[in-house]
Ligand binder design. Structure first.
Ligand code: PRX
Length: 618
C-alpha cells in the first residue's frame, strides 16, 4: 500500500508557479517578484540554477512572500536524505486553511473559489471565498464540539463537492489530519484506510451521483465501519434528496447557500481522493486565490463532449486531466470537441501516467486548436506537487510530445545506475531519483517511518528514490518510462500488484496467483492475472474467472479488476521461490525474444506452458 494523502499542508505555492508557467512571455519580476533580490538572476535558466545552488535562500523567499505565517521560521531546512530526516521551515507556524481562505476573504471575498461541476451538465454551483470560509468555520466548530482535536485523523469519504473541500480545510483549521479516501473504493478498502488512520470520525454523503448513476456511499461506510472499532461518529451530508438509514453513530449535516461571481477558472478534473485533486483542485488554487473546478462526473456523461461543453460553459482557462481520459475521448472523434467553443483555454495539462504521442497530438491539435501548449507534468503523491514539466512561458524552450521535459524550480532529478552511481551523461536511462529536498516532499509514512526510509531513502543513499524509470535525451530532457517496482498504473491510479493478488488468493479455489500490468490503449496499463487453481476444483474456468473479477471489484475497486485471467499449472519461479514477474510480463507483451536470463528458473517448462496458454487465450 502506498503513502496515503493525510498531509495537512501541501506546499501550495508550487501551483502558483504552475499557473504562471502558463503565461506566454517571460518577465522575471512578473513571474516571481521575490526573485528581484536574487543576485545575478535575470532569466529563467539563472533562476533554475539559483533555486538549486541557493536552495535555502530560494525557498525562504518563496515561503515568506507567498504564505502568511503565524510565527516565522528560524531555519529554512534541516534535511538529510540518506537518513530520511526531512525538516522544513523549523520554528515556523502557519495554518493552511488561513492561507487558502482568510487571506483572500480580506481582499476579494466575492471571488469564486470553487465551481462544483455536478454530474448533470448545466447544474454547476459556484462558491465564493467568503462562503467557503463560512462553511469551513462552521464545520471546524462542529468537529471541535464533537470532540475532534489537534492531531486526530478524520477520514473523508466523499465525491468532489464543496462540502468535501470544506471538510478538508476544516480539519486543517483545527489541526486535525485528513485522510481523503477515493469514493470509488469498496467498503473493505475504506475500512483498511480507516483502521490505518485510526480515525474516530468519518465524513460522508448519503449518496454519490456519477455518470447518471446513484452510488450508495453511506451504505459503503456503514459496512466499512463495522470492522473499525475506532469509529465513534459518522457525519452524513445530503448529496441527493433520498433519505438513508441513520444509526446512533451518525450525525446529519446541513446543506448551505452558494453565491456566484465571475473569475479565472482552473479546471483540474481529478478526484479529490487522489493527490492531484488535493494539490491542484484544493490547496494549490485556493492558497493562491484562484477559482477551481470540482468535477463530480465522468468524461463521457452524458456524452463524450462533456469536458469541452464544460470548458465552454464555465470558461475554463487551464484544463488539467489524465492521459487515460484523453485516449478514451479521441476514439469518439473530433466532432465532440468541435461542437464547443474552447477558445478560453490557454494551457492543457496532463498527469498521472505517460501520455502517448497520438493522445498528446490530439490533445494539442484538436482540444487546444494547435495554439495551447500541452504540459506533461511528472510528479507523484510523495512529491506533493509538480517536479518535471515543460515551460511554455519560455519562448526558447521546445516541447516534445510525450516528454515531461525539464525540472521545475528547486527540483534536481538525477538518473543512477544499478549500483547507485550517478549517470552524468545524456542519452541515458535509469532509475529516477531526486537529489535535493524540497518543501512539498513527503516526510514519512504514517505510523511507519522505517518503511519510509527503506522505500525512498535506502535504495540509492543520499537520493530520494521515486520508483520510476526515466530516459534523459541528448538535449537533457526527461521522459518517464514507468514504474520499476511491482506497482501498476491503471487509468492513472497506482495499484500494488500484491494488493490484487491478496484478494484473488482469498478465493478457496485458488492456490496462488501473480498479477502484472500490461500496455492498454486506453487505460495505459491493464491488469493481467495468472492463477494456479487447487486440484479438482470442479467449477468451469469461465465461472471462476468472473468470480475472481467480482471479488477484486468488491474488495478494491472496479478499475483494479483484471482484464485477463489466465489459469496456469504453475508459475515461473526462481530456485529461491520468487515469482519471475519479468518473464510473465514478456509473455503477455509477446516478446519471447526478450525473456532474458532464465538460468535461475526452477522449472523452465513452466514458461513453455504459460506461453502456450497465453496464445490459446489470445
Ligand atoms: O509512475 C509515475 C506516474 O504516476 C506515479 C505517481 O502516481 P500518484 O502518486 O498516484 O500520483 C499521480 C499524480 C501525480 C509516478 O510515480 N506519473 C505521474 N505523472 C506522470 C507519470 N508517468 C509519466 N508521465 C507523467 N507525466
Amino acid at each position: 500500500m502506498w503513502l496515503r494523502c493525510t498531509s495537512k499542508c501541501v506546499f501550495a505555492s508550487l501551483s502558483r508557479s504552475y499557473n504562471n508557467v502558463l503565461s506566454r512571455s517571460f518577465n522575471i519580476a512578473a513571474f516571481m517578484p521575490e526573485a528581484a533580490g536574487f543576485e545575478g538572476v535575470s532569466d529563467r535558466a539563472a533562476l533554475q540554477e539559483f533555486s538549486l545552488s541557493n536552495s535555502d535562500h530560494f525557498w525562504a523567499a518563496v515561503a515568506r512572500h507567498r504564505l502568511t505565517w503565524i510565527s516565522p521560521f528560524h531555519t529554512v531546512q534541516d534535511c538529510d536524505l540518506s537518513r530520511g530526516r526531512i525538516k522544513w521551515f523549523e520554528g515556523g507556524k502557519l495554518n493552511v486553511s488561513v492561507n487558502c481562505l482568510d487571506r483572500h476573504v480580506h481582499t476579494c471575498p466575492e471571488k469564486v473559489a470553487l465551481i462544483w461541476e455536478r454530474d448533470e451538465p448545466g447544474s454547476e454551483v459556484k462558491v465564493t471565498y467568503r462562503s467557503l470560509l463560512d462553511m469551513t468555520c462552521r464545520l471546524g466548530n462542529l468537529l471541535r464540539r464533537r470532540g475532534v482535536k489537534k492531531g486526530d485523523c478524520v477520514t473523508i469519504y466523499m465525491p468532489p463537492c464543496p462540502l468535501a473541500v470544506a471538510s478538508m480545510l476544516a480539519c486543517a483549521r483545527i489541526g486535525a489530519a485528513h485522510n481523503v479516501v477515493f469514493a470509488g473504493f469498496s467498503a473493505e478498502a475504506l475500512a483498511e484506510r480507516i483502521r490505518d488512520a485510526q480515525s474516530s470520525t468519518v465524513i460522508t454523503v448519503n449518496q454519490g451521483v456519477r455518470g447518471g448513476r446513484v452510488i450508495e456511499l453511506k451504505k459503503t461506510v456503514d459496512t466499512a465501519v463495522e470492522g473499525c472499532p475506532s469509529v465513534k461518529q459518522v457525519f452524513v451530508a445530503m448529496r441527493t434528496e433520498n433519505p438513508v438509514v441513520m444509526t446512533d453513530r451518525d450525525v446529519s449535516m446541513e446543506e448551505y447557500v452558494f453565491s456566484y461571481h465571475d473569475g479565472d477558472v482552473f479546471g483540474c478534473v481529478a478526484d479529490i481522493g487522489w493527490i492531484t485533486g488535493h494539490s491542484y483542485s484544493v490547496y494549490g488554487p485556493l492558497a493562491n486565490g484562484g477559482t477551481t473546478v470540482l468535477f463530480e462526473s465522468t468524461p463521457v456523461y452524458p456524452n463524450p463532449g462533456r469536458y469541452w461543453e464544460m470548458v465552454q460553459r464555465l470558461r475554463i482557462n487551464q484544463f488539467y486531466g489524465a492521459p487515460t481520459a484523453i485516449r478514451l475521448l479521441l476514439k469518439y472523434g473530433d466532432h465532440w470537441v468541435h461542437k464547443y467553443d474552447c477558445s478560453t483555454l490557454k494551457t492543457l495539462g496532463s498527469v498521472g501516467e505517460p501520455i502517448n504521442t497520438e493522445a498528446w497530438e490530439w490533445y494539442h491539435r484538436v482540444v487546444g486548436d494547435g495554439r495551447c501548449p500541452v504540459v506533461d507534468t511528472w510528479w507523484q503523491t510523495e512529491t506533493g506537487g509538480i517536479c518535471i514539466a515543460p515551460r511554455p512561458s519560455d519562448p526558447d524552450a521546445e516541447i516534445v510530445p510525450g516528454m515531461a521535459m525539464r525540472p521545475f524550480f528547486g527540483m534536481k532529478p538525477v538518473l543512477v545506475d544499478g549500483e547507485g552511481k550517478l549517470l552524468t551523461s545524456n542519452n541515458t536511462s535509469g532509475p529516477l531519483c531526486l537529489a535535493q529536498p524540497w518543501p512539498g516532499m513527503a516526510r514519512t509514512i504514517h505510523n511507519n517511518h522505517q518503511r519510509f526510509i527503506e522505500t525512498y531513502c535506502q535504495p540509492y543513499p543520499g537520493y530520494f528514490f521515486t520508483g520510476d524509470g526515466a530516459h534523459r535525451s541528448e538535449e537533457g530532457y526527461y521522459q518517464i518510462t514507468g514504474r520499476l517496482d511491482d506497482v501498476i498504473n491503471v487509468s492513472g491510479h497506482r495499484l500494488g500488484t500484491a494488493e490484487i493478488e491478496d484478494v484473488v488468493n482469498h478465493c478457496p479455489a485458488v492456490a496462488e496467483s501473480a498479477v502484472i500490468g500490461y500496455s492498454h490503449d486506453v487505460k495505459g496499463q491493464a491488469v493481467y492475472a495468472f492463477v494456479v487453481l487447487k486440484k479438482e476444483v470442479g467449477v468451469p474456468e469461465e465461472d471462476l474467472s468472473q468470480l475472481l473479477k467480482d471479488m477484486v471489484s468488491k474488495s478494491i475497486a472496479k478499475y483494479a479488476c483484471p482484464d485477463q485471467i489466465q489459469f496456469v499449472q504453475r508459475l515461473p519461479k526462481t530456485r529461491s521461490g520468487k515469482i519471475m514477474r519479468r518473464v510473465l510480463r514478456k509473455v503477455v507483451e509477446q516478446d519471447l525474444g526478450g525473456l532474458g536470463d532464465l538460468s535461475t528458473l526452477d522449472d523452465p517448462a513452466a514458461v513453455q506452458e504459460i506461453v502456450q496458454g497465453h496464445q490459446d487465450l489470445c
